[in-house]
Design a protein around this ligand. Structure first.
Ligand code: URA
Length: 430
């Protein structure tokens, strides 16, 4: 019988009382939890202690590394190309990965975009792409490698279960124990998967505001700094942008409609905020790949990014020219009076889209590709009485009442346009 070198209760007490946990004890805690020796109750108690007491930079580094050690580490070293990935902390209408990955690949950089499915009000990149007929999210490591090495260069696919399995278990536990919002735990969770993936460089889109994990910019800044430090300490060149998620991004919230909007951006059009953020993140990614002067606007406008998108979709058996699903039932909300849209809170719009069927409540639920919300006006736009403000789409009209309930009080008309800042507020580097 193996003798365990530590007691979970001692590790919990040390953190509960505000001390730093030693490297061997922390590594053991993560490993023993993954093996099932440390119980869910003990790990939940430890997570709550971290939530209350925080962690020092070195502890967060060790925690992240310990989570990486529980699974496989991928390597793209033999690819012969620079690899750059992007991670968003999640928001409403956040489809940026779709135009971004093929845009960056235009410049000969490989983009290993391992993505997830949505849970709750934030959508998942894979759910959006699966609305394209034939498109396949599950790729073997060999298929992923071949797609990145060849002419396509960009790949968006499901992250295998082999990367940081400790995180999978811990994240599910945090979800049900009120310990999701702890910065050391979020940072180590995100970065363990990204570092294990083996990318050379990483750009983080850290969101703040009503539709984000972090409501206020100060907490988002702290999260960004923590993740940039973790990436840098592990040899992954990492930069973060702090971006505004108070208002839904773009005009489409859902799955198929977000693909449609992404294709508009790839065709050189689309909503200004989606284009602006896509370009800002592409510039950061290419700067980390050694191409700070790449003309990303030109690549969007001259059709090269669109060609790259079509190649990426076809490589995963999707038909980029096929019609996307459209909703059977729609419900239009109109302006009750003349005025200017002064507010549209991202979170309730995300919740409403989810209730319409665009998202899932349980990991095993399917999503309805055509469900979601299309906005016809955004804060700052002037509207007249009776003009459509937004359209709800669903497979079944029984979905509308609860979605409308979520939207009560979430938008406002007034006399004066609200002050709006740029979508990218700050840039955080090592
Ligand atoms: N995304 C993750 O992968 N982990 C977190 O803890 C939060 C968001």
């Amino acid at each position: 019988m193996t003798v365990e070198p530590f007691d979970a209760v001692d590790v919990i007490r040390a953190k509960r009382d505000g001390g730093a946990v030693s490297e061997p004890a922390l590594r053991w805690m993560v490993d023993a939890y993954t093996r099932g020796y440390v119980s869910d109750a003990q790990m939940a108690s430890f997570a709550m202690a971290v939530f209350q007491r925080g962690m020092e930079r070195d502890e967060i580094r060790v925690l992240t590394d310990a989570m990486i050690s529980t699974g496989e580490r991928m390597s793209f070293a033999s690819l012969g190309k620079k690899t750059v990935d992007k991670h968003s902390t999640g928001g409403v209408g956040d489809k940026i990965t779709l135009p971004l990955a093929p845009l960056v690949a235009v410049f000969g950089v490989a983009v290993p975009q391992l993505s997830g499915r949505g849970l709750g009000h934030t959508g998942g990149t894979l759910d959006k792409l699966e609305s394209i007929p034939g498109w396949r999210a599950a790729l073997s490591n060999e298929e992923m490698f071949a797609q990145m090495q060849g002419d396509v260069g960009a790949v968006i696919c499901a992250a295998g279960s082999g990367l940081a399995p400790a995180d999978k278990k811990l994240y599910a536990l945090r979800d049900v124990t009120g310990t999701v919002e702890a910065i050391p735990l979020i940072a180590s969770s995100i970065m363990s998967k990204k570092i294990a993936e083996g990318t050379d460089a990483l750009v983080l889109d850290v969101k703040f505001g009503s539709g984000a994990f972090m409501q206020d910019i100060e907490r988002a800044r702290e999260l960004a700094r923590t993740m940039v430090a973790l990436g840098t300490d592990s040899g992954v060149a990492t930069t973060a942008l702090l971006t505004d998620m108070n208002v839904p991004l773009g005009l489409a919230i859902g799955n198929a409609n977000e693909v449609r909007e992404s294709v508009e951006v790839l065709a050189g059009g689309g909503p200004a905020d989606v284009r602006e953020l896509t370009l800002a993140l592409a510039r950061e990614m290419l700067a980390l790949a050694g191409q700070p002067d790449a003309d990303v606007e030109k690549a969007l406008d001259d059709g090269r990014a669109m060609d790259s998108w079509k190649a990426m979709i076809r490589a995963q058996d999707g038909d980029p020219d096929a019609a996307l699903p459209t909703a059977r039932e729609t419900h239009v909300v109109t302006a009750p009076a003349d005025g200017v849209v002064t507010r549209m809170d991202a979170l309730p719009f995300g919740v409403a889209a989810w209730r319409l069927g665009a998202g899932r409540a349980r990991a095993e639920d399917p999503v309805v590709f055509e469900a979601g919300i299309d906005l016809h006006a955004k804060p700052g736009d002037r509207v007249t009485a009776g003009q459509p403000l937004f359209t709800l789409s669903a497979a079944d009209e029984a979905r509308f009442p609860r979605a409308l309930e979520a939207l009560e009080g979430s938008w406002e008309l007034g006399d004066q346009a609200p002050e709006t800042g740029p979508i990218v507020r700050e840039r955080i580097t090592a």
